[in-house]
Ligand binder design. Structure first.
Ligand code: ATP
Ligand code: MG
Length: 435
């Protein structure tokens, strides 16, 4: 029997491979980015949607597509032990949002503009910009069929990069037309790949008849030259599809967005139609796609809903933050207005109450707290105050408190300018602490 009374050093536990902790000070960059996203979304009238992280596996098999990398090899799937249901940690959020929109009949009175921020899960080989739990910002515009919404979505991404101060992000666009056009192209594509069967890798051979479009998406360098010569879908587009695509280009140009057509851009997922696009950079190596999306007019029906057009994009937050770091644009770390120095624990009742009143008046105050025996020396408290970045130290000394006052000391100017303030109503002088 193990003797429970003898303390035993337990081994450490670690995060799952490819899944990262986001801790201070780095988490500040995440907060700043998320704040920027929320402010931006409200300017475009996009509203938050939050769906479960776990969905029925069938949602992704149907919604993402059986022949995609995601469904073939990247999903974290498991059986619910209690009822045997097949479940999956969401690898992307478009199927979940569309499922929710159908379930709640969100488009009953017209289009809905939605956005989300949250974690996605894919069992990939972890490397820079590629993780097993990663975060996406995404938008979905449901119920709108026109090219103007395709462009509105691209404008949001474009503006987000601009607001973050990022340079050298370009947008590539393409059109996947409609189902009949894709079928004609598909036949031509299969014929072409069959002529070059000797060059196809195992993945491509498997996809040749299941989903030849995906072969165009290959990352295998040995296949690039052959794939570059393959028949292009653009050549198979009819009048209406071309008109939609031309309108997208015109509207993008009218809004000052520089675009380029990438005829090989097909995106990894099965459900796209008409406009597809990616925002890419050359500054992050192989993981240079920051944001990808497009129109998915068939997805509602695929998930059992009424025919409803949709368009959306997903953006990898880790990659955006990495590029910000690369370009020296990381946000400033947060600092507090004031640090409360409490020389003796006897001052705590008055000090904590005063600090509370200052905070409710809008001042950010970090309170000194003991980490061992007692409150620590004044010297060590002032050191902590300095490293907190606070502009002021509030010294709750016994003499000052006896007079109903606190000493406010500037930590920024070299002279250490100081003054006494009354504790009767700290809200009266709170604003003098704020930057
Ligand atoms: P990639 O070609 O890089 O694998 P993808 O086509 O699989 O990307 P999407 O499904 O379009 O990616 O997801 C949208 C965005 O999410 C990507 O452009 C990327 O920024 C980000 N992303 C995708 N997978 C990962 C991952 N494993 N780790 C971090 N970010 C990711
Ligand atoms: Mg991928």
């Amino acid at each position: 029997m193990v003797d429970q009374t003898v303390p035993r050093k337990l081994e450490k536990l670690y995060a799952v491979k490819g899944m990262n902790d986001i801790v201070p000070p780095d988490s500040a960059h995440w907060e700043a980015l998320e704040d920027t996203v929320r402010a931006l979304m409200s300017r475009y009238a996009y509203r938050m949607v939050r769906t479960p992280i776990v969905e029925p596996t069938a949602l992704f098999v149907r919604g993402t597509g059986e022949t995609t990398d995601i469904v073939e090899k990247e999903m974290y799937s498991f059986e619910d032990k209690l009822n045997g249901e097949q479940l999956t940690l969401r690898p992307e959020n478009t199927p979940g949002v569309v499922r929710a929109a159908i379930e709640h009949n969100l488009t009953y009175d017209g289009g809905k503009r939605l956005y989300y921020i949250g974690p996605m899960f894919r069992h990939e080989r972890p490397q820079r910009g590629r993780y097993r739990q990663f975060y996406q910002v995404g938008v979905e515009a449901l119920g709108f069929s026109g090219p103007e919404v395709d462009v509105e979505l691209m404008l949001i991404a474009h503006q987000l990069f601009a607001n973050l101060g990022l340079r050298n992000v370009r947008v590539e666009i393409n059109s996947l037309g409609v189902a009949a056009e894709r079928r004609a192209h598909r036949a031509a594509l299969i014929a072409y790949f069959e002529q070059h069967a000797d060059l196809l890798d195992a993945d491509a051979q498997r996809r040749l008849h299941a989903n030849p479009l995906r072969i165009l998406d290959t990352k295998n360098p040995a296949m690039q030259a052959m794939v570059a010569q393959a028949p292009q879908l653009l050549a198979f587009l009819g009048e209406q599809s071309l008109a939609h695509f031309e309108r997208v280009k015109t509207l993008l140009s009218a809004c000052g967005v520089a675009w380029s057509v990438n005829p090989r851009l097909v995106r990894g997922l099965d459900y796209y139609s008409h406009t597809v696009f990616e925002f890419v950079t050359d500054e992050l190596g192989a993981q240079g796609t920051l944001c990808g999306g497009g129109r998915y007019d068939g997805l509602y029906e695929l998930l059992g809903g009424k025919p409803t057009p949709g368009v959306g994009w997903g953006m990898g937050i880790e990659r955006v933050l990495e590029l910000l770091k690369e370009q020296g644009k990381s946000s400033a770390l947060p600092v507090v207005d004031a640090y409360a120095i409490i020389p003796d624990a006897a001052a705590l009742p008055v000090a904590m109450h005063s600090v509370q009143l200052l905070r409710s008046a809008g001042v950010s105050v970090q309170m000194h707290a003991s980490t061992g025996e007692g409150m620590g020396s004044m010297k060590s408290q002032f050191k902590k105050a300095d490293s907190s970045g606070a502009r002021y130290a509030l010294v709750f000394g016994a003499d000052e408190l006896a007079q109903g006052q606190v000493l406010v000391k500037s930590l920024r100017d070299g002279q250490g300018a100081q003054r006494l303030e009354s504790l009767t109503n700290p809200a009266l002088w709170a604003s003098t602490l704020q930057s």
